[in-house]
Design a protein around this ligand. Structure first.
Ligand SMILES: Nc1ncnc2c1ncn2[C@@H]1O[C@H](COP(=O)(O)OP(=O)(O)OP(=O)(O)O)[C@@H](O)[C@H]1O
Length: 968
């Protein structure tokens, strides 16, 4: 094309320069000035990488003054164009705009503009873009989205809870699985889902100080969630950056103590607009009528402000029924307002549990059972369902499942409380108690006698507490000289045990920090035993260091000596032996202690060694725990109830252990009651809770579904292609590992998610679980999510040209592949993507407008195509420009009906799903007070907003490729 002064051209290789103007021409060269950047370039007249910019009627163009013109006519004079049309701002008609007056900052972002401006992209990028669209849209539609991307084993009960709670609006639940069954993991999965779906953006986690780092690490390692740890120092720093320091981070972990200590800080925290509050070890929140603890009040203030609340505790009833009730009250004050009523409800679970058991038993239901079900379900006509459930037809199991879920929904606390037990989950190792009886040294006997005389005024409980730790009584009398370890036979026994098990990691727990410290010194000095200590006197860093030293396989400590604080929340399942140097005061603490080893991941049977001194409070307590409650070898669900029931008798025996008249009968009676209560629980409340909490068959299916997805090769192919195009170096290592490093030709200089010095990744879940240094890459990993974003939010691959070698078609045959996207704009929290994710529609049109897309599948077609160099590409584009315009017009006609069908289907699905959810909630609210009014209102509003947003859905051309047939 001949050059003329004043014409506008664009550089094919440096499109960022904007529009250029021809300012000089000589015999062989031309000069373009690019006013937007002030730069000039000299090009050869023949064969230069520049494309003539020409607009067509229907285009909207911008003048250098900023106003826009809708082009109606284009005239040419001496090779220079003038555009005629209507101004969009004033409506003035027949306005002329000479091309030299066009805005030079022109960017071409519509694929067709880019095509005509010669900005052709590589063919592999076009394919990547289409695949990215396709996979993204498929992933959004899967109901397991948000559950797959975590570095965790697929454990059905956890997946069930995460699936149920994770998709609720502002979930408020108590996660109360038994110790070590994975509450932290469940909370992490819920947070991950809520963040991914846009239901939450700001999350606050409050934990005991000792667990802060463990949480921080678990969130990052398993969920790729980078929390900021707020302590005094960090808080002071953040004060410089914002009036409210908590506004400086989206994801925050801090300790309960940090929150409790300062009223002003608490107020600021409460104001900081969190979406989700997580409180671990929530049994610390003690409550009595008219006397709530400070900890309780702190969380109460936050829970009033924050819409989503997850409370975690393995021992929900640790501080008694009242505190348990009070924690439920934090979740829903209007529902849990009357303690007496709550107690009454607790007793009424039996008939519901029986009905559920009958349904599960797969036997025919007699008239009595049918009547009972009718009564329990209440308002709804379930006759048809009962007939199917009682028949032998296909739908029998599904009908029974539906009836069970109706019962669960309508009765009890199952919507706010989840509790899985080892019994329900199965597959846990055995626990074995070894009680080692040792003589009571005379020094202790004397100290106990003297203290008995001196402490006459103390309460029975105080005396009982003293009596449990004779070494402390002795030392209180002897002061500095009270070297009890020189004669206490437990010390001798402990040293013998540890030295004869040098290859084993052993956890030693004692109630008091002083005992732990003294033992450490003795073990070190006398036997050279490497023992880490873990107690409340250490700083957080020191505690974590101690735990890490114990965990270290190669150079680590053989023993971890910890006081009672080490018995909570920590993960020590790599060890399978524990020594209780003394026993804790209540059965919940005992369970917490054993729970350090008896957790998911424990591969061996657990040995619990208890050296105890005969005729002491310890020997009484040991018998009570073991013979009365069976609390060492099995988790003890009755512990708290029995403890409250027999408290005064027990305390008296502990306070005066030498007076054991009637002790045998007392213990026997406790065992009898234990068996009875356990049976009641198993048939009533616990059974119901468990049935609801472990998710049954559906949870198994969920796990199986995710597992099936895990092995999909599509992700691997896509990711490798993506990394390639982004410019990330990939180096194959054995064992399904890949090392990624940034190259010096990256698409963007800083690819989010890829560290400067690279990272190791794996696509294999098992490998990721055993190799902590490798990132587990799934569709939900930041590398993939950011990669998809990078490709789809920019121009990458939006316009390409390929050659098709096919002798069956005439040379020069033109096909245009058009990728449209059907989408709706809406705030993320509406989760419109469930119904209408950005959905690609592919058309493959020939010159007559026939759509061949159905017959010619993308991948096999793509494999037949070959690339063309940019220069030839530009020439080809110019040659077929008119045809392409026509085909585009035909494309617009064809997409309308296809897109509208997709939108209609999305609206139908949304209406059906959301109306069903709303109806269900409304029906439930009539019978189950656990449904909060605000939940129903939010659901209703959500439905309205979703449907309105879908009404506004539309489509646009996202990418296009010209395909020209050759025979060479
Ligand atoms: N799905 C899983 N995949 C891999 N590891 C898991 C999974 N679930 C739990 N674990 C591991 O099992 C241990 C117990 O899990 P977690 O700490 O979440 O239990 P918990 O119920 O919070 O315990 P506690 O009652 O002691 O606070 C942890 O080491 C955790 O990493």
């Amino acid at each position: 094309m001949p050059f003329t002064l004043g014409q506008r051209w664009i550089s094919d290789t440096e499109s960022e320069l904007g529009l250029g103007t021809v300012v000089a021409i000589d015999t062989r060269m031309i000069t373009l000035l690019f006013p937007a950047t002030g730069e000039s370039r000299l090009y050869a007249k023949n064969d230069s990488p520049v494309t003539r910019v020409m607009f067509n009627p229907g285009d909207t163009i911008t003048s250098h003054e900023g106003w826009q013109l809708e082009v109606e006519e284009v005239t040419e004079e001496n090779g220079v164009l003038t555009y005629l049309g209507t101004r969009t701002d004033s409506g003035e008609q027949q306005v002329a705009l000479r091309e030299v007056m066009l805005d030079s900052k022109l960017v071409f972002n519509k694929p067709q503009d880019r095509l005509f401006a010669g900005q052709l992209d590589r063919m592999d990028r076009f394919a990547l873009r289409y695949r990215a669209r396709k996979y993204q849209s498929e992933q959004y539609r899967l109901n397991i989205s948000g559950l797959r991307g975590t570095r965790t084993s697929l454990i059905p009960h956890q997946l069930h809870i995460a699936h149920d709670v994770g998709r609720r609006h502002a979930p408020r639940v108590l996660l109360a699985d038994e110790v070590g069954l994975g509450k932290t993991i469940e909370a992490g999965m819920i947070i991950h889902q809520q963040l991914l779906a846009g239901r939450a953006a700001r999350v606050l986690i409050i934990v005991p100080e000792t667990l802060q780092h463990q949480w921080l690490v678990e969130m990052l390692r398993r969920f790729n969630l980078r929390f900021a740890l707020f302590d005094d120092e960090r808080y002071a720093e953040a004060q410089h950056d914002s009036d409210n320091p908590f506004d400086t981070e989206q994801l925050v972990i801090c300790s309960l103590d940090f929150v409790r200590r300062n009223k002003q800080r608490l107020d600021l925290m409460a104001e900081a607009d969190w979406d989700l509050l997580v409180v671990d070890e929530a049994h610390h929140l003690a409550w009595e009528l008219d006397n709530p603890s400070r900890e309780y009040q702190v969380i109460e203030q936050l829970a009033r402000q924050i819409s989503g609340v997850l409370l975690l505790t393995a021992t929900p009833e640790q501080l008694g029924m009242e505190s348990h009730f009070a924690r439920l009250r934090l979740l829903d004050p209007s529902r849990f307002h009357d303690f007496q009523q709550f107690i009454a409800e607790q007793k009424n679970y039996r008939p519901v549990a029986d009905a559920v058991a009958e349904l599960l038993a797969d036997k025919a239901l007699d008239q009595q059972a049918l009547n009972r079900l009718n009564d329990l379900v209440g308002e709804q006509d379930i006759e048809p369902l009962l007939q199917v459930a009682n028949g032998q037809g296909e739908g029998k199991n599904a009908a029974r499942r539906e009836l069970i879920s109706m019962l669960m929904d309508r009765h009890g606390t199952s919507r706010v409380l989840f509790r899985n037990t080892r019994g329900g989950v199965k597959g846990f190792p055995h626990r074995e108690l070894h009680a080692i009886r040792l003589p009571l040294p005379s020094q202790y006997q004397t100290a106990i006698n003297v203290s008995g005389i001196m402490n006459g005024k103390k309460s029975a409980e105080e005396r009982a507490r003293d009596m449990l730790y004779p070494e402390q009584i002795y030392q209180a009398f002897e002061g500095e000289n009270g070297t009890w370890w020189n004669f206490d036979p437990r010390v001798e026994w402990l040293m013998g045990y540890l030295t004869s098990n040098r290859q084993q990691k052993i956890l030693v727990i004692c109630a008091k920090a002083e005992t732990a410290l003294q033992l450490e010194q003795i073990l070190r000095e006398r036997e050279g035993i490497r023992a880490a200590v873990f107690h409340e006197g250490l700083s957080i860093i020191e505690r974590d260091r101690a735990a890490a030293w114990f965990a270290d396989d190669e150079d680590g400590a053989q023993v971890l000596l910890c006081s009672e604080i080490g018995s909570e929340g920590r993960n020590f399942q790599f060890a399978s032996q524990m020594v209780m140097f003394d026993l804790p005061f209540n059965p919940d603490l005992l369970e917490q202690r054993i729970g350090r080893l008896d957790r998911i991941g424990q591969a061996h049977d657990i040995l619990i060694m208890v050296p105890y001194l005969e005729k002491t409070a310890q020997s009484v307590l040991l018998r009570w725990y073991h013979e009365g409650l069976d609390a060492f070898e099995h988790t003890c669900p009755t512990g708290r109830t029995l403890y409250d029931q027999v408290y005064s008798t027990l305390i008296n025996y502990l306070a005066e252990p030498q007076n054991d008249a009637g002790l045998d009968a007392f213990i026997q009676e406790c065992r009898h009651q234990h068996n009875q209560i356990r049976q009641q629980l198993e048939q009533g409340r616990d059974r119901l809770l468990e049935l609801n909490s472990n998710g049954g068959e559906q949870a198994q299916q969920l796990a199986a579904q995710i597992e099936q997805q895990d092995s999909h090769i599509e992700l691997v192919n896509f990711a490798l292609n993506l990394f390639d195009i982004v410019g990330i170096n990939q180096e194959d290592r054995s064992d399904n590992l890949l090392v990624l490093t940034p190259s010096d030709h990256m698409l963007v200089p800083d690819f989010p998610g890829l560290p400067e010095d690279g990272c190791t990744i794996t696509f294999d879940r098992n490998q990721a679980l055993s190799r902590e240094d490798a990132q587990y890459v799934t569709w939900e990993h930041p590398l993939i999510l950011n990669g998809l974003d990078l490709i789809l939010s920019g121009d990458t691959g939006s316009c390409a040209l390929s050659l098709l070698k096919n002798k069956a078609l005439p040379v020069g045959t033109l096909l245009v592949e058009l990728i449209y996207v059907v989408e709706a704009q809406a705030p993320k929290h509406l989760q419109l993507t469930r119904f209408l994710p950005p959905t690609p529609v592919r058309l493959l049109l020939d010159r007559s407008g026939n759509n061949l897309a159905q017959k010619v599948e993308f991948e096999s077609f793509n494999r037949q195509l070959s690339t063309v160099n940019r220069h030839t590409g530009s020439k080809l584009v110019n040659a077929v420009q008119q045809d392409v315009h026509q085909i585009l017009t035909q494309g617009e006609e064809q997409i309308t009906s296809a897109a509208q069908a997709i939108i209609d289907e999305a609206r139908r699905l949304a209406d059906e799903t959301l109306s069903a959810e709303l109806n269900r909630l409304e029906a439930l609210r009539a019978v189950n007070p656990n449904i909060r009014d605000d939940e129903v209102a939010a659901q209703e509003e959500n439905r309205e907003q979703v449907l309105t947003s879908l009404n506004g859905a539309g489509w646009r051309l996202d990418a296009l490729r010209l395909v020209v047939v050759t025979h060479q």
